[in-house]
Design a protein around this ligand. Structure first.
Ligand code: NDP
Length: 456
């Protein structure tokens, strides 16, 4: 941990991630914490922008984040942009020299360009305290993630590498810590003794949204399950931690992920995949996925993926963790659902069939619900189902803002550690390979449906 960082060097400042997510989140962060954070923003990219063009980019992105005029002005006063080839050691050297203090280098670049930039950095003497921030996907399999880790290890210590998974900045995901460890109620029940199954679901109504260049060679399993949903699983299933710091938290996550494997160690039977066809979502006509611009149907990319993971340890043996994510579905469903085991005995005289209790943590809007059985409204001996529902407090920042706060504090708490990044690939690699070899058929579902009818 390096402590507060004074310069943010945004490589790929002209790209989509920078404009749509990073700059608005950065503006919100500056806005909320104006008094304590002084960071000089340096942008670099392929566009030949002058001062006005860059300032306009910052202004527009900050406006998207509803950033106050004062915060906008404080950034505009000092920010600079440089046209550069970020894979060239000379360009990288002069970009780093233009920063007033050891920077955080944010690689908002296509993955292959990030690797080339890191190779370029091998020829640059990095100031002590430099931090590196990498986006997903981190590698394309366990082997490439391991070799990227080796490259990074030659540049800076592991604690100065931030592998971003913005799900770890989502307030509901962070709420798992409070719900699990700040209550007496759940933790004693948090095991295969009382829990029947866990579902971690991220269903979107969004379709490809012109992201074929990236998505068509990734697919739902790689895009969502390999990264985000396994990170959520780790927070749901890890052992209790003594301290919320980068060492304890990341050790606990790594430990549980090391115990994960596809259900029954069967890469074919543990998952299923599907792709959307023409349909309607909320009245909007959606074309067949294979007819979307930039899609190569021969790639057989899935837009809906499901993987059952088992955790081979004392606490979780036998409990399926179902991870599912898909696009173009009927409804947004983004939640963790913990289903408890049935009660061992219903007293004779109580009528009805008790449904197992469920704890539901929903993302965006952030809510928590405990669904349970109580006595009914008329005949008190007939069971009724109720849901104890609460809105969770909104996070102080959007997910990317929370992640950036960690980066600028020089604190890797919310970053994915190198061994964990490799571990997540180890879990999904055999499944991806089985899918690529055609061992698992790709089902179809109409856009706007709940998925293939055969999956019900
Ligand atoms: P883009 O292609 O939109 O942006 C990358 C930027 O880097 C472009 O402006 C590109 O310029 C520039 N660039 C490429 N090569 C060089 C170079 N040698 N020197 C200088 N600039 C260069 O990609 P995204 O912003 O969408 O994605 C960036 C990263 O973030 C990827 O790893 C992606 O997976 C990840 N990510 C993106 C998300 C998103 O919603 N966009 C969400 C989550 C992660 P040019 O176009 O001229 O080549």
């Amino acid at each position: 941990m390096t402590g507060p960082i004074g310069s943010l060097l945004l490589l790929g400042a002209s790209g989509d991630l920078a404009g749509r997510l990073l700059l608005p989140a950065l503006g919100q962060l500056f806005d909320r914490e104006e008094s304590r954070r002084e960071v000089k923003l340096v942008g670099a990219g392929s566009e030949d922008w002058d001062v006005d063009a860059w300032q306009q980019r910052v202004r527009t992105s900050f406006a998207d984040g509803k950033v106050s005029d004062a915060a906008v002005q404080s950034v505009l006063d000092t920010t600079r942009y440089h046209k550069a080839d970020v894979t060239s050691p000379e360009d990288l050297r002069s970009l780093i020299d233009s920063c007033p203090s050891p920077p955080a280098l944010y690689f908002a670049l296509p993955p292959s360009v990030t690797v080339a930039a890191c190779k370029g950095l091998q020829q640059v003497s990095l100031p002590e305290g430099t931090n590196l921030v990498l986006e997903k996907p981190f590698g394309t399999n366990q082997e490439s993630a391991a070799s990227l880790n080796m490259l990074l290890a030659q540049l800076v210590p592991e604690n100065q590498v931030h592998r971003v998974d913005h799900f770890l900045g989502r307030s509901t995901v962070l709420n798992l810590l409070g719900v699990r460890f700040a209550n007496r109620l759940f933790e004693p029940m948090w095991s295969n003794q009382h829990i029947d199954r866990v579902d971690i679901v991220f269903d979107e109504q969004l379709t490809l949204e012109n992201r074929a260049r990236y998505y068509d060679s990734a697919g739902a399993l790689m895009d969502m399950i390999q990264s985000h949903l396994l990170q959520v699983l780790a927070l749901v299933a890890m052992e209790p931690i003594a301290t919320v710091d980068a060492v304890d938290l990341r050790d606990a996550k790594a430990q549980v992920l090391r115990a994960c494997r596809p259900w029954d160690d069967d890469p074919v039977g543990s998952g299923r995949q599907a792709r959307y066809t023409r349909g309607t979502i909320d009245g909007r006509e959606v074309p067949d996925y294979t007819a979307e611009p930039g899609v190569d149907p021969a790639r057989n990319t899935e837009t809906l993926a499901e993987l059952i993971v088992e955790i081979e340890n004392w606490r979780w043996a036998g409990v399926p963790f179902r991870l599912r994510s898909g696009k173009a579905l009927r409804q947004r469903r983004k939640e963790v659902v913990v289903t408890f085991k049935p009660t061992p005995h219903l007293p004779t005289g109580l009528q009805g069939k008790p449904i197992p209790d469920q704890l539901r943590l929903t993302m965006g809007p952030d809510r928590m619900a405990l669904e349970m059985n109580v006595n009914g409204p008329n005949d008190p001996l007939v069971l009724d189902r109720v849901s104890l529902d609460v809105d969770l407090n909104p996070g102080r920042l959007p997910a990317y803002g929370e992640v950036l706060a960690g980066v600028l504090d020089g604190d890797p708490l919310l970053s994915v550690r190198g061994d964990t990044a490799e571990e997540c690939w180890r879990i999904v690699d055999p499944v991806l390979q089985a899918w690529r070899e055609g061992k698992v058929p790709i089902d179809e579902y109409d856009a706007g449906s709940d998925g293939p009818a055969s999956w019900d």
